[in-house]
Design a protein around this ligand. Structure first.
Ligand code: GLA
Length: 419
């Protein structure tokens, strides 16, 4: 708990600091620390699902600690397109009735944020858009003739037409001139997880492009047969419709695996070389585990990404328990975790201070331990199988601050908080 955050320790009790020349005491929170000069001077984020909106304590924590949110599921194609399509009366260029898009749940989250922002003009929360193009949580009917789940796959040309229509519609909904949300989204994950995990480069797949998910060819692969046009063009479409101030990201996991990191950089170079495309940043999802992701690997990969993009964000940070955890002595695991988070935050702060490296946000994937996706088995990948007690975040199952929180913020429990 030395070095970078020592300054905060001096003021840890009571947990307030005096911000700049202002006499107004500011509470020390994740957003004040992550936004500070000693850290990355970036945004502190968290994912928020629709059902959190009815939990006042949880939303109080969100608004107190963070100044960036990501909708956990509500902006994914599955949420917006729906499991089964409904259609408008309009017809697209290929003679199909156009599917209707459902923004209800995403809008509800953004309405909450707008309301908070209107009451807190000096403490605005912004939104990371997540995600426009992905193979998972995207309905198969979107890729098929007649928008029918049992139809044949459409041609690549027709799919690019649909992809452009989808990206345009979603971006315009949230950021069109007349949209109440205009200006709220500061970054989009344009494409998610299109490089194979690990080193699966082969003669038939030299670019390590994502071919399968859960053992089955992805719908994008079925249509494009290994051509990466749907990725490069996604960045053309996003650039065409998003305001220039909105940062465009490629986002992926296993992000500290070096063969994969190199393949991602190669893809980013291809995107950059595509006419009309723009890519500003690399989203390192940051689903790490105490056993396998030491800060040193993450540092190496972050340096590599910084060579090809202007900024890096940690977009879905959490930490799986290690093999030393026996399922009972959680205090020891809390300490190991606090140590890990300390190394991690010191590392990104140090890198951010180097020329040519800009880490602009860290988003945690969940407010507190009991709502983490890692508690259940997950079909979207990432290794969550529900078999082990998980405590990946900075707040425990009751939303109390954990040792890792105190290390990251350089604060100490107040007397009333101690148990
Ligand atoms: C991936 C996705 C996220 C989320 C997590 C697991 O990392 O990018 O949207 O689904 O998996 O919850």
């Amino acid at each position: 708990m030395k070095k970078l955050f020592a300054a905060f320790l001096a003021v840890a009790l009571p947990v307030v600091v005096f911000a700049g020349c202002s006499k107004e005491p500011q509470p020390v929170t994740l957003k004040s620390v992550i936004g500070s000069e000693d850290s990355i001077q970036g945004r502190a984020g968290v994912c928020v699902p629709y059902d959190a909106l009815s939990d006042d304590a949880r939303m109080e924590l969100v608004c107190r600690e963070y100044n960036s949110i990501t909708c956990e599921n509500e902006m994914k194609p599955e949420s917006i397109l729906g499991q089964t399509p409904t259609f408008s009366n309009d017809v697209d260029a290929y003679g199909n009735k156009i599917p209707e898009l459902d923004f209800t749940r995403a809008d509800a989250i953004l309405d909450y944020i707008l309301d908070y922002n209107s009451k807190n003009p000096k403490d605005q929360i912004l939104v990371r858009g997540h995600v426009l193009v992905w193979h998972s949580q995207t309905p198969t009917w979107f890729f098929r003739e007649g928008y029918s789940a049992t139809g044949d796959y459409v041609t690549p040309d027709e799919m690019l037409y649909r992809e452009e229509w989808y990206i345009k519609s979603v971006i315009e909904h949230f950021d069109g001139e007349g949209s109440p949300y205009h200006g709220l989204i500061y970054a989009w994950d344009v494409v998610n997880e299109q490089i194979e995990p690990g080193d699966r480069r082969s003669d038939t797949n030299p670019d390590s492009l994502r071919l399968k998910h859960n053992g089955q060819p992805t719908d994008w692969y079925q249509v494009f047969q290994g051509d990466d046009a749907y990725i490069t063009q996604a960045f053309v479409f996003a650039n065409k419709y998003a305001p220039a101030t909105v940062k465009l990201f490629y986002n992926d996991y296993n992000d500290s695996n070096m063969p994969k990191a190199r393949a991602i950089c190669q893809l980013i170079e291809k995107i950059k070389a595509t006419d009309g495309a723009r890519i500003d940043g690399m989203g390192m999802q940051g689903h790490y585990g105490i056993d396998w992701d030491y800060a040193i690997n993450i540092e190496k990969a972050l340096r590599l990404y910084s060579e090809v993009v202007d900024e890096v964000q940690i977009t879905e940070l959490d930490l799986q328990t290690g093999s030393q955890y026996d399922g009972y002595h959680y205090e020891e695991e809390y300490e190991r975790q606090a140590k890990w988070y300390e190394l991690f935050f010191n590392m990104i702060a140090r890198l951010d201070h180097e020329d040519g490296i800009d880490v602009t946000a860290v988003t945690f994937w969940g407010t507190h331990d009991s709502v983490s996706w890692l508690n259940q088995s997950s079909s979207v990948g990432g290794g969550a199988n529900g078999s082990r007690d998980q405590m990946p975040l900075l707040f425990d199952k009751d939303m109390n601050k954990k040792p890792a929180y105190y290390v990251v913020t350089g604060t100490q429990p107040e007397a009333a908080e101690e148990t």
